[in-house]
Design a protein around this ligand. Structure first.
Ligand code: NAP
Length: 268
């Protein structure tokens, strides 16, 4: 459910797994305007569906209609998955952070959150999920940068140690000594300007990740690759967040394979 939702690649991901595991099911898109969100969510249960995903702009409001929200999702302040329980209760989860961590481990199997300072650019929904997952994974220092500084400050205050906020004017210098840089803004997305960030201070052994997946290589990732940094695009996050939801709905743990990646890239 989203508004709009036609751009979503989730049907391609889940229907691929449904076919692969010979399941009797289907994953479809529901364009739901915000005024109809509550009725649509109640409808999931009434129609006997296993659950659904939520995307922009429903991830926060949907929490209000759950019978139970996973504590991790509560800290992230949003849900992206609803699972209908055997008794009809609606449980809400957020798998975005899981997907993000898995995408880093795909690129560097030995990656750890405590390898050094982490710089996150952006303080919106994706940043919240990523910050919470990095704290839980053992991050010792997270530097948060956002164009609108007070939003980064508010997140740093809410999550406490190890998160500190930096002013937007300090963004280039904040990369000094970092082990991981993550872009969670929409800058660099197809149709948007590139992220205005100089990588000069970033160590060349730092991992550079972008939550964006269209294009697969944003100007930020291209600049990082050309100076020798290992890069991770947002496709892995998208594919891996789908896996726990599929497991919860169908009872089968699906795999993120090169075949699935190819299939989704072909839709771009
Ligand atoms: P959001 O809540 O709207 O946050 C957008 C962020 O971008 C804010 O921090 C905003 O800063 C910043 N921003 C916007 N315009 C900017 C500019 N001109 N210069 C600098 N910063 C700017 O959006 P979101 O839900 O977090 O999504 C952010 C990105 O992550 C999107 O590209 C989305 O596609 C991607 N994403 C990917 C996945 C995945 O599975 N790969 C999952 C979720 C999201 P201000 O606070 O100053 O406005």
């Amino acid at each position: 459910m989203g508004w709009p939702v036609a751009h979503s690649r989730s049907p391609a991901i889940h229907n691929h797994w449904i076919r692969k595991h010979h399941l009797n099911g289907a994953y479809g898109l529901f364009p739901v305007p915000p005024t109809h969100l509550e009725a649509a969510i109640r409808g999931i249960q009434a129609l006997g569906l296993a659950g659904c995903n939520l995307t922009i702009p429903h991830k926060v409001e949907a929490m209000a209609y759950m019978d139970w929200v996973d504590p991790l999702a509560q800290r992230m302040g949003a849900i992206n998955t609803i699972v209908v329980q055997a008794d009809g209760a609606l449980h809400g989860f957020n798998n975005d952070g899981f997907g993000f961590l898995q995408s880093l481990r795909d690129a560097q199997p030995n990656w750890r959150a405590d390898l050094g300072p982490i710089v996150i650019v952006g303080a919106g929904g994706a940043a919240r999920a990523i910050v919470v997952s990095l704290i839980d994974a053992g991050a010792t220092e997270i530097r948060l940068l956002n164009r609108t500084h007070h939003k980064a400050q508010a997140l740093a205050q809410e999550f406490g140690t190890p998160v500190t906020s930096f002013d937007w004017s300090e963004r280039h210098e904040a990369l000094a000594g970092a082990a991981l840089l993550v872009n969670t803004t929409n800058q660099g997305m197809h149709g948007e300007a590139p992220l205005d960030l100089s990588l000069d201070q970033l160590p060349t052994n730092a991992l550079v990740s972008d939550a964006i997946y269209i294009p697969l290589e944003t100007p930020l990732l291209q600049a990082a690759r050309l100076r020798g940094n290992t890069t991770v695009n947002g496709l892995g996050m998208l594919l891996h967040q789908a896996s726990p939801a599929f497991q919860a709905w169908f009872g089968v743990t699906p795999e993120v394979t090169p075949e699935l990646r190819k299939l989704i890239i072909a839709t771009f």
